[in-house]
Write a new protein. Structure first.
Lengths: 225, 267
């Protein structure tokens, strides 16, 4: 039943798939955080047209299926523009842009809980708005965001399963390829599912530990509310 | 060379707040409400001056003080820091604020930094001091306000009085031209106000230029050269403490002083 696991070629596919899944999610979620932070700052401090543009951006990425976004980015747009770009890079960009749409909300929410007094305090010491964001607001906002960010990571990792059906060799792609070699399909998917489970749970646990470590001493639950 | 360390000329500030109009419980409508917090206020401060603004709560004292530091931008009028007009277009407000110390009523320490980190941050980022020098100056400032025992504590681990003294250290560490203090003791337990007042008294002895919003009357009497009675967005009366403690000219000030002195003696 599990003999496919002992086939070196299949092992290779699974390792390759895991590698792609991990790579795309990690880079995607980090790009999402960086871009989401810029969007959050733009949404708080930007002029009306900036805010409107950000709102349109967020609604497009939140409101349409990831599958459609991926399909357009990987197949349609490069064909129209006649571009030769690595599919993995395009997929990674789509996940980052998509995740930014969600993460903007988390970061903005976290910033708003601390912005009022901490920004004034920063400005009063002679720091600029940007310095205060960099040294005072964001270090605190990122601490608050860690649990939401962990959820985003879990959710994004599973969203990458779409890639297999678009011809990528991610974990699901590896599963599909093994299935093609006439194995019983259920054990294959159970093994693939277990790999996702271990990776996601392990990473989430690490984030939980980081969250505890980064807790501001003396501030118990107040920061989370 | 300007005569004044800081000067406010005919400053106005109105802000709007949303008030819930009580009506049908199901449809309370927020109504915009204009507050004229500062109406044509002028003030001059010379080097070494200690001036104290007092008056009923909600009269706009804090807004005026925040206008002085350009944390609120006045609608009209000018703020001068030395020769520099801060309300002029293109004025470098960050640079100006680096020369003004500000102490907040609700303290507003950076919550993710230790006492030392709170004081050091602007020394490093604004004055661009090298690490060792910033540390030394921060420690000196913390020492001066007598909180050397909690340099490694975070704001949430300090008492209100300690935190406010760290707030004062953060304001003085840059050697500002003037320190603005917005009711520095009113958010503290009565037991803790004493230690903050002692710190302010020390600063006064050193000749620090200060503009303080406060109702600590014994302290005012002791250190203030001038007291400014502020009500409904205006300066109602100014004079030395002796004037207010004996016989203020305006009825409004008389009334207010009577109430404050009664309260103080009852305590």
């Amino acid at each position: 039943m599990l003999e496919f696991l002992f086939n070196p070629m299949h092992q290779g596919w699974i390792v390759q798939g895991l590698f792609l899944t991990v790579e795309i999610t990690l880079f995607g979620v980090l790009l999402g955080l960086g871009l989401g932070t810029l969007l959050a700052i733009g949404d708080i401090y930007g002029k009306k047209p900036v805010k409107a543009a950000i709102a349109v951006y967020v609604e497009i990425f939140r409101g349409s299926p990831l599958f459609v976004q991926l399909f357009l980015a990987v197949y349609t747009v490069p064909t129209i523009l006649n571009l030769q770009i690595d599919h993995a890079i395009l997929a990674f960009l789509v996940f980052g842009l998509n995740s930014a749409g969600y993460q903007k909300g988390y970061v903005k929410g976290a910033m708003e809980t601390i912005l009022d007094d901490q920004m004034q305090a920063g400005l009063s010491t002679g720091m600029s708005k940007i310095q205060t964001l960099r040294y005072v607001i964001l270090p605190q906002a990122y601490r608050i965001v860690i649990p939401s960010w962990t959820n985003e990571f879990c959710s994004l990792t599973k969203s990458t399963a779409t890639l297999g059906y678009l011809g990528f060799m991610d974990l699901v792609g590896a599963g599909l390829a093994i299935k093609g070699s006439n194995y019983e399909i259920l054990p294959v998917w159970i093994v693939i599912g277990a790999i996702y489970f271990v990776w996601i749970t392990g990473f989430a646990k690490i984030m939980d530990v980081i969250y505890e470590k980064k807790r501001i001493p003396g501030v118990e639950l107040a920061m989370q509310s | 060379m300007a005569d004044f360390v800081m000067e406010a000329r005919n400053v106005y500030k109105t802000y709007s707040i949303k008030k819930i109009k009580k009506g049908d419980a199901a449809c309370n409508v927020p109504v915009k409400h204009q507050v004229e917090a500062v109406k044509n206020v002028s003030l001059q401060i010379r080097k070494g001056d200690i001036k104290l603004i007092f008056g009923p709560s909600g009269s706009g004292k804090s807004t005026f003080l925040r206008c002085m530091a350009m944390l609120d931008i006045p609608d009209k009028g000018e703020i001068y820091l030395g020769d520099e007009c801060l309300t002029a277009p293109g004025a470098d407000l960050n640079k100006a604020r680096a020369r003004i110390g500000f102490v907040f009523q609700h303290i507003y320490l950076f919550r993710h930094l230790t006492a030392l980190g709170n004081v050091e941050l602007a020394l490093r980022q604004v004055l661009k001091l090298p690490k060792e020098e910033a540390r030394k100056r921060a420690l000196d400032a913390l020492n001066e306000v007598k909180v050397s025992d909690c340099i490694n504590k975070y704001p949430a681990q300090m008492s209100g009085g300690q935190a406010q003294r760290v707030g004062i250290a953060r304001a003085i560490a840059r050697n500002p031209d003037i320190i603005l203090l917005d009711e520095p003791t009113s958010a503290l337990d009565p037991e803790l106000t004493g230690e903050v007042i002692d710190t302010l008294r020390d600063l006064a002895k050193e000749g620090t230029t200060m503009l303080i919003v406060s109702h600590e009357m014994p302290f005012a009497r002791e250190v203030a050269e001038e007291m400014i009675f502020y009500d409904e967005g205006k300066v109602v009366e100014t004079g030395p403490p002796s004037l207010f403690f004996n016989a203020p000219n305006t009825d409004r000030a008389k009334q207010f002083m009577t109430r404050i002195i009664n309260r103080t003696t009852r305590e």
